[in-house]
Write a protein that binds this ligand. Structure first.
Ligand code: NDP
Length: 454
C-alpha cells in the first residue's frame, strides 16, 4: 500500500490498457483507468473486429457464386444491404463494449469516462479531479493520419469508414499497407468498383516479395484496380457529391468514397506529456525501456503509442509482461518480439511468420526455399481461379525453418499453428516427419520435399 490514491492509473481502455488494468488488479494493486472514447479501443471499435466482420461479409459474395458448381441454385445476382451489415456490426460492438465494462468492474478497476492529462510523475487530472498514482500507464494507441493534398478533407480514415451512411459503389483507398489491401478487398467483395492507389512499385512493403506479387495477382484477378507508382494529387467534390480524384500520373478517377490508409500516429494530443519533456523516438512515439518505463520511470507506456508492432496481441503481451515486472516483481528477460505471426485479411488472406526470403538471405546467406503454388481442391468445382501459395524458408546451415508464408483461404488460421513450430526453432526435418492431414491445403506445409531454389 502506498500513499497514492492508486497503485496504477491507466490512460486508455484499449486492448493494452484494459489488459494491464485487469492483470495488475488481479495482483492486488488498486487500479483506475480513464477512457474518453469507447471501451476496447481501436481493435474492438474501428479495427480488427469490425474489419473481420466486414471481411466475412465480403467473402459471401464469391461463396454464393461458387456454390453453383456444388449444385446450389440461388437467385443471381445476390443483393447486398449495407445498412444491415453496418447496423448488425454496431450492435455487436455495443455488446463487446459492455463486456469490456463488466470485465473492468469485475476486476475492481475504477473506470473514469474522460481524457486524462498527466500533470507530473505521479498525478493526473481527469474530469476536474486530480488523482495520484504510484505508476501511470499511457496506453492511448494511435490515430489515423492523412497526408496533405488539396481536398484531403474529403478523405475518410479508418475511424469513419465502417459507418458510412450509404454504400459506395465506387471506392478508392490510398496506401499500400494492411488497411489499404484489406479495405480494397472488402469493398471489392461487397460489390464496389474498388481502386487502390499506392506510391511504390508494389504494396505491402516489408512482406516477402513473392507473397506480395502473388497477392497482387490474386487481387487483380478478383477485380481490384491497382494503381502503383502514383499518389493523390488532388480531390474535388462534384455537384452530385462524387469525388474526382486526380493522381500524380495524370489519371483521374471518379469515386463515391475515398479512404486514406496511410499509417497511424501516436495519439498524444492533450495528454500533457510534452510539458514533462518525456523522451520520444524519432517517429514521435514514446520511448520506453524493456520494463515499459518512459524517461520518467513512474510513467509507463505500451502498445501502439510506443512504436511497437501495431498489433493487438503485441499490446496484450506487453501488458501482461508489464504487470509481471511491476506488480508481481518478477525478474523477466526482455519481451521477445521475434517471430510474431501476423495475418492480412485481404482476399485471399495472407498469413506470415518469421523472415521473408529476402531478409533470410541477407541474414544467413545460404537458405533453401520451398514453395507450393496450387489450385485448392474447393476450386475444382467452384469455378474460381483463385490459387494458393505456401512457402517455407530454411536456414541451410542448421535446417531450421526461419520463415513460413501463405496466401490463401484462412491463411491466418493456419499460420498460427506453424508459428509455434517456427518459434520453437523446429527444423525442416521436423516438418517432413509430421504426417499430413488429408485432404487439406495445410498438408502442403509438411509435404514440400524439393527446394524451389537455394
Ligand atoms: P501501414 O503503416 O501498414 O501502411 C501505411 C501505408 O501508407 C504504406 O503503404 C505507406 O507507404 C503509405 N504511405 C505513408 N505515407 C504516405 C504518403 N505521404 N503518401 C502516400 N502513401 C503513404 O499503415 P495502415 O494505415 O495500413 O495500418 C496501420 C497499422 O495498423 C498497420 O501497420 C498494422 O500494424 C495495423 N493493422 C493490422 C492489421 C492486421 O493485423 N491484420 C489490420 C490493419 C491494421 P510506404 O510503404 O511506401 O511507406
Amino acid at each position: 500500500m502506498t500513499d497514492y490514491d492508486y497503485d496504477l492509473f491507466v490512460i486508455g481502455a484499449g486492448s493494452g490498457g484494459v489488459r494491464a488494468a485487469r492483470t495488475a488488479a488481479a495482483t492486488g494493486a488498486r487500479v483506475a483507468i480513464a477512457e474518453d472514447r469507447y471501451l476496447g479501443g481501436t481493435c474492438v471499435n474501428v479495427g480488427c473486429v469490425p474489419k473481420k466482420l466486414y471481411s466475412y461479409a465480403a467473402h459471401f459474395h464469391e461463396a454464393f457464386t461458387e456454390s453453383a458448381g456444388f449444385g446450389w441454385q440461388l437467385p443471381q445476382p445476390a443483393e447486398f444491404d449495407w445498412a444491415t451489415l453496418r447496423d448488425n456490426k454496431i450492435e455487436e460492438i455495443k455488446r463487446l463494449n459492455g463486456i469490456y465494462g463488466r470485465l473492468l468492474e469485475g476486476a475492481d478497476v475504477r473506470l473514469i469516462n474522460g481524457r486524462a492529462r498527466v500533470i507530473d510523475a505521479h498525478n493526473v487530472e481527469v474530469v476536474g479531479e486530480t488523482i495520484s498514482a504510484a505508476k501511470i500507464l499511457v496506453a492511448v494507441g494511435g490515430w489515423p493520419w492523412t497526408p496533405d493534398f488539396p481536398g484531403k478533407e474529403h478523405a475518410l480514415n479508418s475511424n469513419d469508414v465502417f459507418d458510412l451512411e450509404t454504400f459506395p459503389k465506387r471506392f478508392l483507398v490510398l496506401g499500400g499497407g494492411y488497411i489499404a489491401v484489406e479495405f480494397a478487398s472488402i469493398f471489392n467483395g461487397l460489390g464496389s468498383d474498388s481502386h487502390l492507389v499506392y506510391r511504390g512499385e508494389l504494396f505491402l512493403r516489408g512482406f516477402d516479395h513473392e507473397i506480395r506479387e502473388f497477392t497482387r495477382n490474386e487481387m487483380e484477378k478478383k477485380g481490384v484496380n491497382l494503381h502503383f507508382e502514383t499518389n493523390i494529387e488532388s480531390v474535388e467534390k462534384q455537384s452530385d457529391d462524387s469525388l474526382k480524384v486526380t493522381l500524380t500520373n495524370g489519371e483521374t478517377l471518379e469515386v463515391d468514397a475515398l479512404l486514406s490508409a496511410t499509417g497511424r500516429r501516436p495519439h498524444l494530443q492533450g495528454l500533457g506529456l510534452d510539458k514533462l519533456d518525456i523522451e520520444l523516438n524519432p517517429d514521435g512515439t514514446l520511448k520506453v525501456n524493456d520494463r515499459f518505463e518512459t524517461s520518467i520511470p513512474s510513467i509507463l507506456a505500451l502498445g501502439d503509442v510506443t512504436g511497437a508492432p501495431e498489433l493487438t496481441p503485441v499490446a496484450l503481451a506487453e501488458a501482461m509482461h508489464m504487470t509481471r515486472v511491476h506488480f508481481a516483481d518478477e525478474k523477466l528477460p526482455t519481451m521477445d518480439y521475434n517471430n510474431i505471426a501476423t495475418a492480412v485479411f485481404c482476399h485471399p488472406n495472407i498469413g506470415t511468420v518469421g523472415l521473408s526470403e529476402e531478409a533470410a538471405r541477407a541474414e544467413f546467406g545460404a537458405i533453401r526455399v520451398y514453395t507450393a503454388d496450387f489450385r485448392p481442391m474447393k476450386h475444382t468445382l467452384s469455378g474460381s481461379d483463385e490459387r494458393c501459395l505456401m512457402k517455407l524458408i530454411v536456414d541451410d546451415a542448421n535446417d531450421r525453418v526461419v520463415g513460413a508464408h501463405m496466401v490463401g483461404e484462412d491463411a491466418g488460421e493456419l499460420i498460427q499453428g506453424i508459428a509455434i513450430a517456427v518459434r520453437a526453432k523446429l527444423t525442416k526435418a521436423d516438418f517432413d516427419a509430421t504426417v499430413g492431414i488429408h485432404p487439406t491445403g495445410a498438408e502442403e506445409f509438411v509435404t514440400m520435399r524439393t527446394p524451389t531454389r537455394c
